[in-house]
Design a protein around this ligand. Sequence first.
Ligand code: AMP
Ligand code: GLY
Length: 414
Amino acid sequence: MKILVVGGGGREHALVWKFSQEKSLEILCAPGNGGISLNAKCFDARTVHDILELALKERVDLTVVGPEAYLAEGLVDEFEAKGLKVFGPNRKAAKIESSKVFAKCLMEKYGVPTARFRVFDDAVQAERHIETCEFPIVIKADGLAQGKGTYIALNHHEALRAIDSLMRKRIFGEAGKMIIIEEFLSGREVSLMVLSDGEDFVPLLSAMDYKRAHDHDRGPNTGGMGAVAPAPHYSEEIFEMVRRNVLEKLSLAFQKEGIIYKGILYIGLMITNQGPKVLEFNARFGDPETQVVLPLMKTNLSEICFAVVEGKLSKLKLDWLDEKCVCVVLASAGYPGDYEVGFTIEGLELVEVLIFHAGTKLVDGRFITSGGRVLNVCATAKTYTEARERVYREVQKIHFKGVHYRKDVALNMN
Ligand code: AMP
Ligand code: GLY
């Protein structure tokens, strides 16, 4: 059986690695990266058109989509029109991530708990609105911005700067045509990925990621500098609230709005004093959450993906290791701002835990850096402390020019 994974980051390497545990599978990846090329045959297909051609030519049995941009562009719609099996929501359903305005309005309409918000399509009105706000407030671009379109403004000056960047300078282009200004929520965050086959929801293990660039949550937001699973402050009681207040309401919302959601729904939650509230939805696997959830999964991933695509989730039983997983991201100097690439990565062969490659290339038999987030080093153990110690011990063995990483992932967790 042939499986095609679309994408080329750490999340996709984790997916490819998990599929590669099943000996009966032949795994393809487009475009992949240096590390992925050791587990899968990589193809330089990057547009929806080229990826579709590849899947048809190679007679792929199932395609699994990583990045959100392909979902927003309608890759799934095009594959389904050709009768191909594909894991991921169609364009209409993926709007839950590709338009934050759409997602917030859907939540408001169906009573899903989320931060109070206002939508603006005019910078002057947005600027006028912040005169009346109590700080901090949160300002978000409507469209896709690679996880960088959210600003937490501590004062009036920062809010003005965010509005200017998004709406006037248009640093994320059309994504900043509309913005959301919302209430700041306090609490602890949980990332919950939920499988959906259009009928049923089945949650995966919870996780949490480390979004800020520097230790103790300082510095700018990044795509994610580390993760742990399960989230230490998550419980059955919280899940019960999520089931009742988020999943049941979404199920009704999808039904009423004619949305058939198939694939993974990523729910970013803030656990507040008033219970869990939704920060955001993503229409795909989280990155780097996938890198900590998949190593704990005992069930075959192909079985899960086919159950989703074929609408058979109610029959699926998921098995998990009773362990913790910790992931630390090794990044290029300057990330999430500008950075240089092309540096040789040394020491990988000495590492005794899982490494998922993100921004790497294999050139003449050696790995070189090719992106902002370069490597994900992951370990599982009975406790967070043990998994953390193993990861950081192995991280010391890896070197490339300018490498930086957070030192506080899974610190003080038991
Ligand atoms: P988002 O772009 O919506 O995924 O938000 C990125 C990150 O910004 C989240 O993971 C939170 O850490 C933070 N964030 C987003 N919305 C809020 C909010 N309303 N209150 C507090 N923090 C937020
Ligand atoms: N780790 C957050 C995301 O995947 O968007």
